[in-house]
Design a protein around this ligand. Structure first.
Ligand code: 5GP
Length: 235
């Protein structure tokens, strides 16, 4: 439809309706966004690899593009974490009941605690027409790979296991037992990540600024597409 026709159509609708000017959004653009929604983005990598730092940076720099899928977990609150923002902290009993009711897209046991992505957490972000960021472990990735979510997969890996161990010790948030457990898990996670083909993106986080530039590069096309679509539908 030409611009003039779009304008006349919008004017006609506006004159004959008491609805809000949201009808000025051309129907074609709304359906385009509904048919081709922003891609979810799955982040995975051993804890201590720097995933959270990179995600936070991305969300701060592109507030209108990304939304975070707040997971549920049965583990205890760590450091300055906030319930409902970093995680929904929940008892094992309640989480198992919710899983039983089919409320989760995926869930996994990690280092003795349950973690899971609820359908509600993802829907909330998708309804805002934003790219939904999932920060999940390898088991979660394997589950998501079986769904029709079709996200962009980004694996953040440390330069080496030695450096990962050093980082985990420096952050002083885990007990010795928890650190050893995380290192053991990390070894298995890195094996899985190395087995993945080129359809996923692997970013080695040696220097956070370099890793972040690579991340922006990987996501730049989708960010531009989502920004353009949001602009066209007046968001
Ligand atoms: P942390 O305890 O360090 O916050 O997270 C431990 C691991 O659990 C990390 O690898 C993190 O990505 C993963 N994780 C966090 N939320 C979820 C979730 O909803 N599902 C799955 N499968 N893993 C999660």
């Amino acid at each position: 439809m030409s611009l003039l026709k779009q304008f006349l159509r919008a004017f006609y609708l506006l004159r004959n309706s008491d609805q809000l000017p949201v009808i000025l959004i051309p129907k074609r653009q709304v359906s385009k966004m509904a048919n081709n929604p922003p891609s979810p983005c799955v982040f995975c990598g051993p804890s201590g690899a720097g995933k959270s730092t990179l995600i936070k940076k991305l969300m701060d720099d592109y507030k209108d593009i990304f939304g975070f899928s707040v997971s549920h977990t049965t583990r205890k609150v760590r450091g300055s974490e906030v319930d409902g923002k970093d995680y929904h902290f929940i008892t094992r009993e309640d989480m198992l009941s919710a899983i039983g009711r089919g409320e989760f897209i995926e869930h996994a046991e990690f280092s003795g605690n349950l973690y899971g992505t609820s359908k509600a957490a993802v829907s909330k972000v998708l309804n805002e027409r934003k790219m939904c960021i999932l920060d999940i472990d390898v088991q979660g990735v394997m589950s998501v790979m079986k769904t029709d979510l079709k996200p962009i997969y980004i694996f953040i890996v440390p330069p080496s296991l030695e450096i990962l161990e050093q980082r985990l010790r420096e952050r002083k948030t885990d007990s010795e037992e928890a650190i050893l457990k995380r290192l053991d898990t990390a070894q298995r996670e890195l094996k899985f990540i190395n087995e993945q083909n080129d359809s996923v993106h692997k970013i080695v986080n040696n220097d956070v600024d370099v890793a972040y530039s690579k991340l922006q590069g990987v996501l730049s096309t989708e960010i531009a597409r989502v920004r353009d679509m949001r602009f066209k539908v007046g968001l």
